[in-house]
Design a protein around this ligand. Structure first.
Ligand SMILES: Nc1nc2c(ncn2[C@@H]2O[C@H](COP(=O)(O)OP(=O)(O)OP(=O)(O)O)[C@@H](O)[C@H]2O)c(=O)[nH]1
Ligand SMILES: [Mg+2]
Ligand SMILES: [Zn+2]
Length: 337
């Protein structure tokens, strides 16, 4: 059987096979893993930690490997977070992964597990636990030469399992059309556009949105890649109707009518602020939803700590809409306007 996969790191499409696998040593290096004589549960167990090597990078300083669990379920879904510097991308992703860890996708009939147990644990230790347990604000994402996914999960709706990888790169890099770190963009299958409502849309006019949208392949004018626009930091808009109503609404499962109603309210909210650049994903993508959310439930104090418990609100709704629009979750045909 020939398996092909698009490398999300360098965009090389390659064939892989279980005859050429690698394992990661405790020193973080990769060495050949021979499973020729392994069968049954032992083979399955060894495969859990196995990797394939992207041949485009073999022998180079940028050599990279992809987990076997990432490539084995067919074409993975790459989700990119897009937004200018300090719009709240990193906190939003950490809050999403935290909510998923707490089984938050079960109300959508979905289960999730780690693609690479070690890397997922590393993501939890570096981002999720400091934020959620120690109440520490997370650092800004450094600009890097080559982007790797922040975390990846296997998401299953009971019938199909899809590997979903999340890319969270620095806002500055996203604005650039040449940054190496944005190389993954043509591989994205879903976009999460992050809006910081405390920014002045006229001065900021998020250039990252336009820069990213212009890079994606389009057919017939509109972009095929589905998008969810998330107005995050809504804790700062408390008492503003209809933000408050949505922030404290309790969702239960996928509800296309509610997603449409919320999308209209967010559209009106952004339109009233003359925030046209923020609405560009809606104009340019064939399917788009819009959401209010808060990653933290409040602002951090000047010492970088949150005074009160960190309480994400509505962080999984945008992701669920995206999973519906990308068919990771079945029954999502009506989602997106
Ligand atoms: N009030 C409030 N503040 C938030 C929220 N999410 C993030 N912040 C604050 O916004 C700032 C930027 O958050 P980040 O998540 O680092 O932003 P980013 O988009 O990843 O920024 P870059 O990595 O520089 O591109 C931090 O000071 C956070 O504490 C939120 O939901 N509410
Ligand atoms: Mg960041
Ligand atoms: Zn590659």
């Amino acid at each position: 059987m020939v398996n092909t996969v698009l490398c999300p790191i360098c965009l090389h499409e390659f064939e892989w096979s279980e005859d050429e696998l690698f394992e990661r040593t405790s020193a973080g290096e990769y060495r050949a893993l021979d499973l020729a004589d392994e069968t049954g549960p032992r083979r399955a167990d060894l495969l859990r930690a196995a990797h394939v090597r992207c041949p485009a990078s073999a022998g180079q300083a940028t050599e990279h490997h992809l987990p076997h669990a990432y490539v084995r379920h067919g074409q993975p879904l790459v989700i990119g977070l897009v937004g200018g510097p300090q719009t709240g991308k990193t906190h939003l992703l950490a809050a999403m992964i935290w909510a998923i860890e707490r089984n938050g996708l079960s109300s959508y009939g979905l289960t999730a597990s780690a693609v690479d147990i070690e890397r997922h644990q590393n993501y939890l230790d570096t981002y999720v636990h400091p934020l959620m347990i120690d109440r520490k604000a997370l650092s800004r994402t450094p600009q890097q030469d080559l982007a790797e996914f922040a975390d990846a999960l296997l998401i299953s709706d009971g019938e199909h399992t899809t590997a979903v990888a999340f890319f969270d790169i620095a806002g500055e890099s996203l604005r650039s059309t040449t940054a190496e770190a944005t190389r993954f963009l043509p591989a994205v299958g879903g976009l999460l556009f992050v809006v910081d409502p405390s920014e002045d849309p006229n001065t900021v006019g998020d250039r990252s949105f336009g820069a990213v949208l212009d890079r994606l392949p389009r057919s017939g004018g509109r972009l095929e890649v589905p998008a969810a626009v998330v107005v995050t930091k809504c804790d700062m808009l408390r008492l503003q109707s209809p933000v408050d109503e949505w922030l404290y609404a309790s969702g239960d499962g996928l509800d296309p009518a509610a997603i449409l109603a919320e999308s209209r309210d967010v559209y009106a909210f952004l339109h009233k602020r003359k925030a046209q650049p923020w609405l560009s994903p809606y104009d340019k993508c064939r399917r788009c939803t819009l959401h209010f959310a808060s990653a933290t439930g409040g602002a951090a104090a000047s010492d970088g700590r949150f005074l009160r418990e960190v309480r994400p609100r509505r962080v999984l709704e945008p992701l669920a809409a995206l999973l519906a629009m990308t068919n990771v979750m079945s029954g999502g045909q009506e989602v997106g306007i």
